[in-house]
Design a protein around this ligand. Structure first.
Ligand code: SF4
Ligand code: SF4
Length: 412
């Protein structure tokens, strides 16, 4: 019996689909150059691959065919050597993975395994988002702006090969940098990509995360009925109809809040969330009408409050709002709770205005493709300024991106 390696790549559906495929395929190709055998495959959570919704690819590698077959006889691994989060906001919240229930990002990591995150944040920010584990694991930060593309455009900013270089550093038993270089030459035949992979391995930052560190919340626990509590036949309770909303100041009850599935995805779907400036809102209803997840509550005074227990962060409301700067999408890492913005505004309007200004002032660049090309060029310039990519490479990437035909996807 040989050794089995398992790596999962958690990515954002559609936006990072090609990126995740490149990574899992690249892992297997590099492993083959290291004398191993493997397979890469993908799967969704419990919803189809939508814009921004978390999905997974797996790369399963073994030292011999028999070990690989034995490993692949299981539908998917129960534990992995490396979890790759190609967007740092995936570390927040829990995601529903079919019959496994709601899982935090590091759930499948084996003791001593590595969580590899693409991020511009530091260790403390990422650790505060990740749920605690009972045993130590390694956190590896790959510095870079998470790589998003629109539906028709692949953003070749070398995140794929940079991840391969990082893996060679944190799991050298799987493959080394020479194997990565051979795989890159075979797949892309690109010297710059080889340089990027090697540089990423050099610059990777790692640190051990202890069981005392991280988000202390219990990720989720299902209360399953005992056999004698089961009802006759098969029945699935419908979601209740919903109810009015209470004004936190006047006590007036009105409007409508649809009831929602309490155990569906919990916050991991969002890279951004809408911040609403209620002073600017003209109550046109467009955000409520167009939100693909029906997540706006209608308030007793006729405003529309994006309910953060339901919002997937698609950005449609910002795109359709006719009033400039009334809705602004802000990076999810800027928030630590899911409070109702309308309630905050009702309780203290001056404090709310200051809160909005603070959130939208330093709004980090992260978009879902609505303003795609110019944004890529800006991002690349930032990467150059931060020393993440060389100036010559940055210029070439900018040319590639602006020259590529195609449009961003819209919708949720
Ligand atoms: S439109 Fe999208 S971003 Fe806006 S509230 Fe609905 S789910 Fe959230
Ligand atoms: S789309 Fe904008 S202006 Fe219209 S109701 Fe929503 S927040 Fe208000």
């Amino acid at each position: 019996m040989g050794r089995l390696f398992a790596i999962e790549i958690v990515y954002r559906g559609i936006f990072q689909k090609n990126l995740a495929k490149n990574i899992s395929r690249g892992i297997v190709l590099a492993a083959r150059h290291a004398g191993k055998t493997g397979i890469s495959f993908g799967r969704y959570g419990d919803s189809p691959e939508r814009n921004g919704i978390p999905a997974k690819n797996f790369a399963i590698v073994a030292t011999d065919d028999e070990t690989l077959q034995e490993g692949m006889a299981k539908y998917e691994p129960r534990e992995v050597d490396i979890t790759i989060a190609v967007d740092d906001t995936l570390c927040k919240g829990v995601e529903s993975w079919a019959w496994y229930g709601l899982q935090p990002i590091n759930r499948l990591l084996k003791p001593g395994g590595t969580l590899l995150v693409t991020t511009m944040h530091d260790f403390d920010a990422i650790i505060s988002m990740c749920h605690r584990k009972d045993y130590p694991y390694q956190l590896a930060l790959l510095r870079g702006i998470p790589s998003f593309s629109g539906l028709w455009v692949y953003k070749d900013d070398h995140t794929d090969v940079r991840v391969l270089g990082a893996i060679a550093r944190v799991l050298p038993d799987l493959f080394d940098l020479d194997a990565v270089e051979k795989a890159i030459r075979e797949e892309w035949n690109d010297d710059l990509k080889v340089a990027s992979a090697r540089k990423a391995a050099d610059r990777l930052r790692t640190r051990v995360v202890l069981p005392t560190e991280g988000n202390p919340e219990k990720p989720y626990a299902f209360e399953l009925p005992r056999w004698y509590e089961l009802r006759e036949g098969l029945s699935i309770p419908a979601i209740p109809v919903g109810q009015g909303v209470a004004d936190p100041v006047t006590g007036q009850v009105g409007g409508f809040r649809p009831a929602r599935n309490p155990t569906f995805k919990k916050f991991s779907t969002r890279t951004m969330r809408p911040v609403v400036d209620f002073d600017k809102c003209v109550k046109c209803t467009l955000c409520w009408l167009q939100c693909p997840d029906s997540c706006f509550d209608v308030t007793p005074d006729g405003y529309y409050d994006a309910h953060m227990e339901a919002c997937c962060g698609c950005g449609v409301c910002e795109a359709v709002c006719p009033v400039e700067h009334c809705i602004t999408m802000v990076n999810e890492t800027a928030f630590t709770d899911n409070r109702s913005q309308w309630e905050m505004w009702k309780q203290d309007k001056d404090a709310y205005r200051a809160w909005v200004q603070d959130k939208i002032r330093a709004r980090p660049p992260r978009q879902h493709g609505f303003r795609i090309r110019g944004q890529y060029v800006e991002e690349i310039q930032q990467l150059v300024a931060a020393g993440v990519v060389d100036r010559s490479l940055g210029e070439r990437l900018a040319e590639d991106v602006t020259a590529e035909p195609g449009e961003a996807s819209a919708g949720g």
